[in-house]
Design a protein around this ligand. Structure first.
Ligand code: AMP
Ligand code: MG
Length: 337
């Protein structure tokens, strides 16, 4: 299959692919998504095939405005409207009770559905032109780091999808925050662009799912089946070193092997001369770390390094999301210094 490239101005033409039951690479402010008409079960099934995604890992429905929530969801609590007013359009996904119009293949058979209204102007133009809710997970091959620019998505999806729209590099760089509003108190399932602190500001108490901060045991049942899968992982094993940045840099300097790679804050790059090194932004700039983390992880697949050492970011604000993605890439192989 020839994957058609569209510019940001060609959203209307690209949306024709969605209307015709095809797969489209879509830029969003978080990461690039792999979209299909969310009301067309055959089109949605092709997303799973293109990604090699397990069937029990549900997708998110993307809508152009909060007005569409009632079409696909039931028993919507007031908290959902409060969150939509404050954070939509934006990097927040709400888990709500679904209506039966939402196909089983989207929700992996769950009685809930993930809903998001994205902010990226090109994505909004595509959703509006398509006139349907768009089901989409991240646009990577299952298990790999998510793509944050068109080239990274084409690395995984060229020839497997009908088209892709170039919306430039993603401004957030980690996937949306997922909050489950069908339980009391609401529960954070995945940290992302909207921070836990911001959610609590609107909702009051918010619980944090165990899967956010540690590896799920084989006998545990996560809130969504997808939470148990290995994620974001480069080919080489990753070790995250958490602690004060100067300390974690020194620890890595002492332990790094000749053929190992390093992900570090900009200040510490000179310590690792001679090693393949990816700078993640300044230690104090969490937004920049979020934009760079997936690209840093992807980079090492082209280098043949034996191991990757990564400095763990401060887990406050959006740092919780960056830390979560690195820890998952490391299979929660973490050293505390
Ligand atoms: P991705 O953005 O690629 O991670 O894919 C969508 C994410 O949303 C996955 O992590 C799913 O587990 C999560 N998700 C989608 N629908 C639901 C749901 N109904 N309940 C819980 N999580 C969900
Ligand atoms: Mg994903």
């Amino acid at each position: 299959m020839n994957t058609q490239r569209f510019t940001a101005r060609e959203a209307d033409r690209a949306a024709e692919i969605l209307k015709a039951g095809g797969l489209l690479g879509i830029p969003t402010e978080t990461v690039y998504g792999l979209g299909a008409n969310g009301l067309d079960p055959e089109a949605v099934a092709r997303i799973f095939a293109a990604k090699g995604r397990p069937q029990d890992n549900p997708l998110i429905l993307h809508i152009p405005s909060a007005d569409w929530l009632e079409r696909y969801c039931l028993d919507i609590p007031n908290g959902a409207y409060a969150l939509a007013r404050r954070f939509w359009p934006g990097p927040l996904t709400m888990i709500l009770k679904r209506r039966s119009v939402v196909p089983d293949v989207v929700t992996a058979g769950l009685d809930t559905v993930g809903m998001r209204c994205p902010a990226h102007p090109v994505c909004r133009a595509i959703l509006t032109a398509a006139g349907v809710p768009v089901a989409a997970p991240s646009g990577n091959t299952s298990g790999r780091p998510s793509p944050t620019n068109m080239a990274d998505m084409l690395e995984d999806m060229d020839g497997k999808i009908e088209g892709i729209v170039d919306g430039g590099p993603c401004s957030v760089g980690v996937e949306s925050t997922i909050v489950d509003l069908t339980v009391t108190p609401p529960r954070l399932l995945r940290p992302g662009g909207v921070t836990l602190e911001e959610l609590r500001d609107v909702l009051g108490e918010v619980a944090v799912d165990a899967a956010v901060t540690r590896l799920m045991g084989a006998d545990e049942h996560p809130r969504a089946p997808g939470m148990k899968y290995r994620h974001y992982a480069p080919k080489a094993p990753v070790t995250v070193v958490q602690g004060d940045p100067a300390e974690s840099a020194r620890y890595i300097r002492r332990h790094v092997g000749d053929r190992d790679g390093v992900i570090c804050f900009d200040e510490f790059v000179p310590l690792f001369e001679g090693h393949p090194t990816e700078a993640m932004g300044p230690a104090a700039d969490q937004a920049e770390q979020a934009r760079r983390v997936f690209d840093a992880l992807r980079y090492f697949d082209g280098t043949g390094v034996e191991q990757i050492w990564a400095q763990g970011p401060d887990p406050s604000g959006i740092g919780l999301a960056v830390s979560n993605r690195l820890n998952k890439a490391a299979g929660f192989h973490i050293v505390q210094v």
